[in-house]
Ligand binder design. Structure first.
Ligand code: FAD
Length: 546
């Protein structure tokens, strides 16, 4: 009888091990292992096409080894030899630990052994050391092969080198970290939005603004501001593939500190489709993205604004003087009209009466003529207000300017100001100077009321909000309030309800109402407010084109 050759013995070992394994794969064996080996071995109950089967295992691109129950190598294929640098002769009879490197923690081996000894498959990653001392990452699956009595007879080890994948992943992670570091260091808000406006990536500045906005997503708030203030939707620009640059918007962040200005720029980008279907480039479905940058320019704006404010202060003082004159002369002409009307009526009566009243009639006619003349002189003396061009107006901005102008007065009166602007306010069409005068008058009234009241902590609350097509402003104080029977009278000419009437012509709220009406709005004393006075005024907002 011929002695079997070493190849015959190897074929026998592989066949025995794989045949027994496929007859009863142990619990937990990955299905791909079973599939691969079934493909190689064919039906385990049928006689195995041994040489073909052995050749297939030999030539498999995966490093395959078969050990006994103590991990001593019985067989290794060509891929094993190529990957580890060990020939089969080098490793036969040696423990698989010949591949171990001290870079794999012992706990991993413990877990590996615990699993395979309980007759379950183990998959994981180890650092292996090849024959030349070089290290590589091995993605390893060990499957126990049970003998006829149910004991572990063999272990089937299959591993491949995943060092390159690991390096690529590490490089990717490193690149991501680098990008994040650069983005976080940038003093600009950077955000990448998807086609629904959801944030895919943002930086540290965005997170800071998120906190300032009490959790409202900055991308959403900026988008709304761009729509409302610049009549421009950044997501539409992205869909049209259009960039935009330096579009300025203003936001009010809760907790005061004034409005904040941002200069926004956007660049559309597309993100490559990574699905399997797109591999051959035919079914590509790239995603639209928008890189939105917002640069805070509040401090630069403030410097410009301060200069404008000084200018405004001077103009407002001049305007107030004219306003005061208009008020006084308006009151005088209004008051003169009454007696003149009476004289006119008396004249009418006398003309149809007795002849001896001729002298009296002459006198009355003289008085009436000189009265009319005085009226005309007074009317001619009423300075006309410079006709101001209308334009888009941000009410928050005007209110804040007026408050800044009034700061000294408010501080002197010890008034606590609660400023509650709505973060994004749509513009209205209006005349800025007139509206400033209006707001100043309402705030002056509130201060006056608080000064007259004395006693409790004086508080002034200003707020803005949007209701449908209206921008609503409320000026509220905790002073003495306006009794119900005076709520309409206060808007009538010459009505003065102040305790100290000196220097009051009672035309302020009349003129205020005139300004609001000219702006297509309305002004009321809130009847439901009972702790002080609350003046509500609504102004028609600019509705963006549909
Ligand atoms: P070892 O002293 O061999 O073992 C370290 C720890 O493993 C021990 O402290 C103990 O907790 C546990 N352990 C070891 N042997 C047993 C056992 N018989 N019973 C219970 N617990 C035990 N290792 C690699 O590093 N790379 C490989 O590619 C690799 N492939 C393998 C393939 C197969 C099929 C099998 C069965 C094992 C394979 N191993 C592999 C594991 C290897 O046998 C060693 O356990 C491992 O290399 C650690 O070797 P070591 O000399 O550092 O320590």
């Amino acid at each position: 009888m011929n002695r079997p050759s070493s190849t015959d013995l190897a074929i026998q070992t592989v066949n025995d091990a794989l045949g027994e394994f496929l007859a009863a794969p142990p619990e937990g064996t990955p299905s791909e292992v079973i599939e691969l080996l079934t493909l190689v071995a064919g039906d385990p109950r049928a006689p195995l096409p041994t040489r073909l089967y052995f050749e297939a295992v030999q030539k498999s691109p995966v490093a395959i080894s078969i050990t006994d129950a103590r991990a001593r190598i019985l067989y290794a294929n060509q891929a094993f030899e190529a990957l580890t640098g060990y020939s089969v002769a080098d490793v036969r009879g040696k423990n698989e630990s010949i591949l171990s490197s001290n870079a794999t923690p012992e706990s991993i081996y413990k877990q590996l052994w615990r699993t395979i000894k309980s007759k379950k498959s183990w998959s994981g990653t180890l650092v292996n050391q090849a024959k030349d001392g070089s290290e590589y990452l091995a993605a390893l699956t060990i499957t126990p092969v049970l003998g006829q009595h149910g004991d572990v007879a063999y272990f089937l080890g299959m591993h491949r080198d995943v060092t390159r994948e690991h390096q690529l992943e590490a490089k990717l992670r490193q690149q991501k970290r680098r990008i994040e570091t650069v983005l976080d260091a940038a003093p600009v808000l950077v955000m990448l939005l998807d086609s629904d406006g959801k944030v895919c990536l943002d930086n540290h500045e965005c997170k800071k603004l998120l906190g300032d906005l009490l959790g409202r997503e900055p991308a959403e708030v900026l988008r709304q501001a761009l729509q409302e203030q610049a009549d421009f939707d950044p997501l539409e620009a992205m869909r049209d593939g259009q960039s935009f640059r330096d579009v300025e918007v203003t936001l009010e962040t809760p907790g005061g500190g004034g409005p904040r200005w941002f200069s926004c720029s956007g660049t559309p980008a597309s993100e490559a489709d990574a699905s399997a279907r797109s591999f051959f480039g035919r079914n590509k479905d790239d995603e639209n993205r928008l890189l939105l940058l917002a640069n805070e320019i509040t401090s630069r704006r403030r410097v410009v604004e301060r200069a404008q404010l000084e200018n405004l202060r001077a103009r407002l003082a001049e305007q107030q003087m004219i306003h005061g004159m208009r008020e006084a002369l308006g009151a005088a002409t209004y008051q003169m009209q009454g007696p003149l009307n009476v004289i006119q009526a008396a004249l009418g009566m006398l003309k149809g009466g007795r002849a001896d009243s001729a002298a009296l009639m002459g006198m009355l006619e003289e008085i009436s003529a000189s009265g009319r003349q005085a009226m005309e002189t007074l009317q001619a003396a009423v300075p006309s207000e410079a006709r101001e061009a209308g334009g888009l107006v941000n009410v928050n901005e005007l209110l804040r300017q007026v408050m800044e102008l009034e700061t000294d007065r408010l501080l002197a009166a010890g008034i606590v100001v609660d400023w509650q602007p709505t973060p994004v306010l749509p513009p209205i069409t209006g005349r800025k100077n007139q509206l400033r005068c209006l707001f100043k008058h309402l705030i002056d009234n509130a201060v006056l009321a608080l000064e007259e009241q004395g006693g409790m902590q004086p508080e002034l609350r200003l707020s803005t909000t949007t209701v449908d097509d209206l921008v609503e402003v409320t000026v509220q104080d905790n002073g003495p309030g306006i009794p119900a029977n005076r709520r309409f009278k206060v808007f009538q000419p010459l009505f003065v309800g102040w305790r100290n009437r000196r220097g009051r012509a009672g035309m302020g709220l009349t003129l205020a109402q005139e300004i609001v009406t000219e702006h297509g709005g309305c002004i009321v004393v809130d009847p439901d407010h009972n702790k002080g006075c609350c003046i509500r005024l609504s102004l028609r907002r600019v509705v963006p084109d549909a």
